[in-house]
Design a protein. Structure first.
Length: 355
């Protein structure tokens, strides 16, 4: 069978090479000096990272990574590789598939290189940022880094990006079915949807109208072109879509949305997950809470350690009895089905164009 001239590149956030502080320092420097992650002028960003974060954070983060590190390596890398392997089986040997990480290894450049090594005649790449919702610090930085790589190294390639897919029915199904067993099998009092937080200023920066996001009352529920790039709106819609799919309003437990992983002192999206877990236990009397993290496709430090270990400890200390961490969609069959469908649609289009 002839090789496909379209390659598939899946891109995730990334991971340090190990949990040793030296590797964490390299990884954190690359991550935190990204102008779309800490979106301050370069001199201020550099001072924050070099003077206030890197002298202390690598050791602390390394200890956290060590708690969740697998024998095979970083959970995020291992899971993403499993996804790649399964997708290759679905698409066949003639379709080159690779992965890249925005930070750490393998890089986005390495992902492009692998595709071109598999098929030097490749003329198109379908790149899927593994982020359901659009944000400056996730989808946008992946797109910009990919452009930098391919335009300088492979200028003849055509690269197409997968848009945010928080409202894609197949993704919603994969997410919903990843949650279902945990709310069916456990007698929970509350289901918390925890998304990675971002500074409020980043929401405002990506408001294409200039006067809607966090300015208009109930802005995320008032129709606006701003929603195309509004991370908060897309998070809330993810919760809504999953709730409708699972018919959560008919269940005998409550559910809500919160935002985790705050960095720095500037205002971030609220409520904060850590504070919300304490509030649920102390003020609402919640004893058993389940937490899902739909901003992440693959389980990682933010899910396994921040929620599964620290979040659970905080919840129990506040009076709760148990926190059940719901795994991400990871390499589930329904998620692989979804990826296969998206890729097959692009491959079909390419074949039609070539006919």
């Amino acid at each position: 069978m002839a090789q496909s001239n379209t390659g598939i590149l899946l891109v995730n956030l990334g991971s340090p090479d190990s949990y040793e502080p030296a590797d964490l320092k390299v990884y954190l420097r690359e991550f935190l000096t990204d102008k779309r992650v800490i979106d301050f002028p370069a001199p201020i960003r550099k001072t924050i990272v070099e003077a206030f974060i890197l002298p202390f954070r690598p050791k602390e983060s390394g200890e956290a990574y060590e708690l969740i590190w697998w024998d095979e390596g970083s959970p995020l890398i291992v899971i993403t590789q499993r996804v790649i392997d399964k997708l290759k089986q679905r698409l066949g040997d003639d379709v080159p598939v690779s992965m890249g990480m925005r930070y750490g290894n393998p890089s986005i450049e390495a992902g492009f290189d692998e595709l071109m090594e598999k098929n030097p005649n490749l003329d198109r790449v379908f790149l899927i940022p593994l982020y359901p919702q659009y944000a400056m610090a996730t989808t946008e930085t992946v797109i910009e880094k990919a452009k930098e790589v391919w335009q300088s190294k492979y200028p003849n390639l055509q690269v197409e990006f997968k848009d945010a897919f928080y409202d894609d029915p197949d993704y919603v199904k994969a997410l919903g079915e990843s949650i279902r067993p945990y709310i069916d099998e456990h007698d929970i009092d509350h289901l918390l949807f925890s998304y990675h937080g971002v500074p409020e200023r980043q929401i405002k920066k990506r408001d294409i109208t200039g006067d809607h996001c966090l300015k208009c009352e109930d802005c995320c529920n008032v129709n606006s072109p701003a929603h195309t790039f509004c991370y908060r709106h897309q998070d809330l819609m993810t919760t809504k879509n999953a709730a409708e799919y699972l018919d959560l309003d008919s269940r005998d437990f409550t559910y809500s949305t919160a935002f985790q992983s705050k960095l720095g002192i500037d205002p971030w999206l609220t409520p904060a997950t850590d504070a919300e877990l304490v509030r649920l236990a102390e003020e609402e009397g919640v004893k058993k809470v389940a937490v899902c993290c739909p901003a992440f496709i693959s389980d990682c430090i933010e899910t396994l350690e921040e929620i599964g270990i620290r979040g659970k400890e905080d919840f129990v200390e506040a009076g709760g009895e148990d926190l059940i961490l719901i795994p991400c969609v990871n390499d589930s069959d329904l998620w692989i089905d979804t990826l296969e469908k998206w890729c097959a649609e692009k491959l079909k289009v390419k074949k039609v164009e070539a006919a």
